[in-house]
Design a protein around this ligand. Structure first.
Ligand code: SF4
Length: 477
């Protein structure tokens, strides 16, 4: 049996099943020990993160007072590291052709109930223009794994197309990419294509369950999939995004494994994951949720979000429109730093080239609001919606970004940039149809209030740059 070793690049060593079971067994035995729990919470209050073992123990604790303390602390940490800034993005589905047989995904190769679609470069242009016209600056590219329909060359060409489109005041400044695990050589090509974050969900870290859920196709190789981030980082990609699909396997196992994966990347490559995503299984074509016995109730799901924030305070956390407004509202408070808005999970859904697109969705949306509605909602909750991509443009990625974040210096960079990009959004895209409830009006008030919080010298600089940002003269890349 392989030995636990966080510095190894072998999946069975850094995600070591025996080690995870040992962590969980200790957590089960000691999780109701009030003195130990208090000791861990004291460590967590330093806001420097806690170990997977300590986090697992808090996860399994059943005392409602402790849970309330965990949520309050997660809120404080979110505020200390990220302030009230929330980054917005949209997914862009390029193709739903896929050769894999993932049992939880409607794109699986033998689903005959969905039309297959791969966008041409012209269709991608139309999609990107539609996204730019909404105000988006940051995209997450999605495509099934299919070497014939979606080879890497197609993905690279699409990235090039996307970066090249500037419709009116629009531009996409950061393209994150969520495609299948691939080789170091291909990751180098993605790096050279100037992607933002490379995102790959593990789905489940439990090898046996992984193999059962992926019976056929290249993705069925657990080790190759789990070691993908090592290859990506060796290829020079500095920002990687990890996550599991909650609902596939036991949540406590997945929780510990995510933290082990994060620690492995941090120790071995100097920077942990840029983001952790927390998708939950959703209804979709040819997927029967009753076949999955590990559904995660809302209260545990939110506790996981809070504990991830406590365990890895400097890692961004993403929640998509899979979750309802109600859940997103709570999750934003306790740790989520990025959310999607106005999303379509269909291929060609933004420009709606044809009437079959709705059947090409990867999952059903629980939050169907437009981007303008999401921006408006965030501001009424007191958040500053941010379209900023400046860190990526200025090369503050990987180790550099982590070190700024760990020193809680992200405010200095992000708050002014968030305000500038919000001003840009308000001027070019926001609705003003609803008087004092309009996004434009609320946004103007919010920006003024935020400016008042800045030191005077910075306030003057930001105010001056705001005019320029609105005219499109400030470069965020
Ligand atoms: S999860 Fe990804 S690899 Fe699996 S069937 Fe869906 S698109 Fe294909």
């Amino acid at each position: 049996m392989a030995k636990y070793d966080l510095m190894s690049d072998k999946a069975e060593c850094f995600i070591n099943p025996q080690n995870i079971e040992d962590v969980l067994s200790h957590a089960r035995k000691r999780s109701q020990d009030r003195a130990l729990v208090s000791e861990i919470l004291e460590k967590a209050k330093k806001m420097e993160g806690i170990t997977a073992s300590d986090a697992a123990l808090l996860l399994l604790n059943r005392n409602p007072e402790i849970t309330a303390e965990i949520f309050a602390l997660a809120e404080q940490i979110t505020d200390a590291y990220y302030g009230n800034r929330k980054v917005l993005f949209a997914p862009l589905y390029l193709s739903n052709y896929c050769v894999n047989h993932c049992t939880y995904c409607p794109y699986h190769a033998i689903n005959r109930n969905i039309p297959r679609k791969k966008m041409t470069q012209e269709e991608i242009k139309a999609e990107v223009i539609a996204l730019q016209d909404m105000g988006h600056k940051r995209l997450a590219l999605e495509a099934g794994e299919d070497p014939f329909h979606n080879p890497l060359e197609y993905i690279l060409e699409s990235i090039d197309t996307i970066y090249g489109i500037h419709h009116q005041a629009g531009s996409i400044r950061r393209v994150n990419v969520n495609i299948a695990a691939t080789t170091v050589e291909n990751y180098k090509k993605l790096h050279d294509a100037k992607i933002g974050t490379y995102v790959l969900f593990q789905e489940t870290y439990n090898k046996k369950e992984y193999e059962r859920l992926h019976p056929k196709g290249p993705k069925s190789d657990y080790a190759y999939h789990t070691e993908a981030m090592d290859r990506a980082m060796k290829a020079g990609i500095e920002d990687v995004g990890i996550g599991v699909l909650f609902g596939l396997h036991n949540y406590a196992y997945e929780f510990v494994a995510i933290l082990k994966h994060a620690k492995h990347l941090e120790w071995k490559y100097g920077a942990g994951p840029h983001t952790i995503s927390v998708p939950r299984l959703q209804p979709a074509s040819d997927i029967n949720l009753a076949d999955f016995k590990n559904g995660l109730p809302d209260d545990i799901f939110l506790k996981i979000v809070a504990l991830l924030r406590i365990a890895v305070p400097y890692t961004g956390m993403i929640m998509s429109t899979r979750e309802s407004e109600h859940i997103r509202r709570q999750a934003l408070k306790i740790g989520i730093s990025q959310i999607s808005g106005g999303s379509k999970t269909t291929v060609g859904g933004y420009a709606a080239h044809d009437n079959t697109t709705s059947k090409t969705a990867q999952f059903e949306l629980s939050d169907e609001r437009t981007l303008d509605e999401v921006v408006n909602w965030l501001m009424t909750l007191g958040y500053v919606p941010s379209f900023c991509t400046a860190c990526y443009g200025k090369g503050r990625q990987g180790v550099d970004f982590m070190s700024i974040c760990k020193q809680k210096q992200i405010h200095n960079f992000c708050t002014p940039n968030a305000l500038l990009t919000l001003a840009e959004y308000l001027s070019n895209y926001a609705s003003d149809a609803d008087g004092i409830h309009s996004t434009k009006y609320i946004g103007a008030q919010l920006i003024e209030a935020e400016l008042q919080q800045l030191p005077e010298t910075m306030r003057k600089v930001v105010r001056a740059r705001m005019e320029e940002a609105i005219k499109g003269n400030v470069k965020f890349v």
